[in-house]
Each structure stands twice: as C-alpha cells, then as structure tokens.
Design a protein around this ligand. Structure first.
Ligand SMILES: Cc1cc2nc3c(=O)[nH]c(=O)nc-3n(C[C@H](O)[C@H](O)[C@H](O)COP(=O)(O)OP(=O)(O)OC[C@H]3O[C@@H](n4cnc5c(N)ncnc54)[C@H](O)[C@@H]3O)c2cc1C
Length: 406
C-alpha cells in the first residue's frame, strides 16, 4: 500500500488531522485499532465537549459522531479500523489488521495515538493486589460501555479530570464514593469538574493525602491512608483505615509513544519535541493531541490536530513554508512546559500552549526574546490543571524565546 499521509489513531486528534490533511489535496490513510473511530470520547457519555469547536455542548459520543461522519464523507481518506500499528520505520508503517500483517509506505506520518493510564505498578502502590483496583478509564468503560459496576464502596486516588468524572458517575450509578485522595496540594483537574462532580455530591477531597497501603486478599477490603510531607513521604502519625471494596486510580496519563521511532521526547510531557509545524526531529513525522501533551479539552485537541494534519499534507506536496532560522522556546519562571518547542524566525502571530507549575493569582505571563517583549497576558487565576493558550508576535524575535510568569 502507498499513500501520502498515514494518521495513526482514530480519536478526535486523528480524525481532525486526517480531514485537514485531506483538504490540502493529500491522500490519507487513517488507522485505528478499535472497531470504531472516536477514541476515548466513545466512553465519555457526560456533556462538556464541543463548546469551542462546534459552539454547542455535546457528549463525547456526539462529538465523535460529528467527526466520524465528516471522515466517512471524505473520499480522500481511507479508514482502516480493527487495525493495530505495530511499527513505524523509515516512513513505513507496519500494521496488523483483518488481512494479517501489512505495510503502508507514506510520505508523512501523523502520531495521534492518545495516552494510556498510569497503573498501580507505575506508582508503586503499596499493599496487596486483590481484585477491585482499577484505573478510572477502565472503570468508565465498564460502567458506560459494558454496563457493569466496578464496586459499591469506592475510594479514588488522584483528582485529575477522569477521577473527578468517575466520582460523579459511580455515585449516580448507586455506589458510595467515600473520598478522593490527592497527594499534591492542588488538583490537576478542571475547577468546573471539582464543583460539578465532587462538591455537588458532597464527596470529600483530601489534599496532601495518599493511600499508604491497600488491604485485602481476594477483594479490596480497605485502605490505610494519611497525609504526606513536602517530599511526599507518609506521615505515619496521620494513618487511618477506611473500609472499601474498590480503589479507582486516576494518577496520570502517559503518551502512547512506544512505537514512535526514536523521536526526541520532552521529559515534562512525555510527548515528542515538535516545532511550529508539529514536526518532530524527523521531518516526515508529525504529532498532535494527547500523545503530544495531555489536553483538558477535546476542542483544543481538534484545533491542534487540524493544524498538524494540514502541515503534514503540505509537507507531502512539497508546499510547507520555507524554514528560516530556528528560535527555541523555553519555559521560564513558574511555567512547566511551552509548546511548540521551537518557532521559525519571521512575521505574524503564533499561539503557544503551556501549563503552569503551580497556582497563580493576578500575575502576568510574558514572552521575551532578550529584552524584547513579544507578548503579555494577564492571569486572574491560573492552575496547573488548565492548559493555557498564549498568542505572541514573532516580529522582533531573533533568538531564544523565554515564557514565564512575572
Ligand atoms: C474520562 C475522560 C473525561 C474527559 N472529559 C472531557 C470533557 O468533559 N471535555 C473535554 O473537552 N474533554 C474531555 N476529555 C479529554 C478528551 O477526551 C481527550 O483530550 C481526547 O479524547 C484526546 O484525543 P486523542 O485523539 O489525542 O486521543 P484518544 O481519544 O485517546 O484517541 C487515540 C486513539 O488512538 C488509537 N490508537 C492508539 N494506539 C494505536 C495503535 N498502535 N494503532 C492504531 N490505533 C491506535 C486508540 O485506540 C484511540 O482510538 C476527557 C478525557 C477522559 C479520558
């Protein structure tokens, strides 16, 4: 098989990238391991999707359906579902599908494989390993797709968005969610989710707190939990026991980079290092969506992937704008990462995406090249859980750009 662009992953990022690559005139093959396109959205039956992209509040499946219809109506896009990509080597993509192992030769490849969840092993959770320890995404799939409950008396570890949403979902399905424990002093979840998923249901959220030990032989019987010090070490004098039959883990996502061919990876995001065109250090390899950095809103995923797909399409047609001098972008004071990691010298505006290291109130985000100020944005209140967009002017940037809080 031969094509211009192969997009790997049929979630919102993959579908959006495939559509925009196709609009450039490139031939596209979209590969998805699941039976249907849609990615993680298919199991997110709550609303809160699409406000920016479709200017409507949609559920996850509704958002996915709209994209699926557009993809299916595009004759330039060939869709392969139930097909797992196993290797990417030298612009050749190897996959396993209905006809066994095959290969596609492409001019460009877009990585859009999303994230996987961190497990009990990943966080070295202490105690026994009985039934009843599940990740939040697995719990979500069991409840929303398979129609099965994970347990009756639940404790959630981690206050990221998936954990918060599952606290509400499991409560609505009749379980008692006793507590959400968060090891940090702030939540990485959206403020609206803390209010709508915990506070509205009187579910307590404990900061600086973690599970010391899981107890149980065949099934979870309870957890010892307590507070941690500033180095996240358990403070034994605060140890308490809580009876429960299920521990739901919402302790972070890891970009699915295991098949990406030696692209340079950012230690903070776990995703590839990309330039303004979403190109990795292999010029034919592009990346977008959750595999690039974890997004809080799917609308931002769709917008980012739309750009990445367009650049990938233009690249295959030899129409990508000429590269000028590379300007590296660096995270400064109070900022954990800024994306893209480099821009090209020139004119015009560019939107940077970033996350803060900690909560800030009434501060200013500033982008500078030496003494030259390229952009400023006032932040009334910002938290690490919310991804921020920041538009800057490239004019006047001739060297490294630093983005920080002042
Ligand atoms: C529980 C939960 C609640 C959320 N709530 C909201 C919300 O309220 N509002 C909102 O805007 N956003 C929400 N989000 C975020 C949003 O859903 C994600 O940001 C978005 O789905 C990420 O899109 P993606 O395409 O990058 O990844 P995914 O949706 O994960 O898609 C990746 C796709 O790649 C496929 N894939 C992976 N590896 C391979 C391979 N080797 N070969 C072939 N295919 C492969 C996967 O099967 C999957 O279909 C939520 C996310 C979760 C998990």
């Amino acid at each position: 098989m031969v094509t211009d662009v192969v997009v790997i992953g049929g979630g919102p990022a993959g579908m959006s990238a495939a559509l925009s690559a196709s609009r450039t005139g490139a031939k596209v093959t979209l590969v998805e391991r699941d039976e249907v396109l849609g990615g993680i959205l298919n199991q997110c039956i709550h609303n809160g999707f699409g406000l920016h992209f479709f200017h409507e509040e949609l559920t996850g499946p509704e958002f996915a359906y709209r994209f699926r219809k557009m993809v299916e109506g595009d004759k330039n896009i060939k869709v392969l579902t139930s097909t797992l990509v196993t290797k990417i080597e030298d612009k050749k993509v190897e996959f396993m599908g209905k006809n066994g192992v095959q290969e596609i030769a492409a001019k460009a490849v877009v990585l859009a494989m999303g994230c996987r969840e961190r497990t009990a092993g990943n966080i070295s959770l202490c105690g026994t390993r009985p039934a009843g320890i599940v990740t939040a995404g697995v719990a979500q799939k069991m409840v929303n797709i398979d129609g099965k409950m994970v347990g009756k008396d639940i404790v959630i570890l981690g206050s990221g968005d998936i954990g918060l949403i599952m606290a509400r979902r499991l409560t609505l399905e009749g379980a008692k969610v006793h507590a959400v424990f968060e090891i940090n002093s702030t939540s990485s979840g959206l403020r609206r989710n803390i209010m709508q998923c915990l506070e509205d249901f009187d579910i307590p959220l404990f900061f600086n707190t973690t599970i010391f030990e899981v107890v149980g032989k065949d099934r979870v019987e309870g957890v010892f939990y307590g507070q941690v010090d500033e180095n996240f070490r358990p403070i034994e004098s605060t140890r308490k026991f809580l009876k429960c039959d299920t521990v739901v883990l919402s302790v972070g996502l890891v970009p699915e980079m295991y098949i990406a061919p030696n692209a340079t990876i950012c230690k903070t995001t776990g995703g590839a290092v990309v330039n303004e065109f979403y190109q990795t250090d292999k010029e034919w390899l592009f990346s977008c969506g959750n595999i690039l950095h974890v997004h809080d809103l799917v609308d931002n995923v769709a917008i980012e992937a739309e750009q990445a797909g367009e650049f990938a399409g233009l690249f295959t047609l030899g129409k990508l704008p000429e590269h000028s001098k590379t300007l590296f972008v660096q995270a400064g004071e109070g900022v954990s990462y800024v994306l893209p990691y480099s821009l090209f010298e020139g004119q015009g505006k560019v939107t940077l995406k970033l996350r803060l290291k900690e909560k800030v109130v009434r501060k200013t985000l500033v982008a500078k090249c030496g003494a030259n100020i390229l952009g400023k944005k006032f932040i009334l209140a910002g938290v690490p859980g919310e991804m921020m967009s920041f538009e800057i002017e490239k004019n006047g940037a001739t060297d490294k750009i630093v983005v920080g809080i002042e």
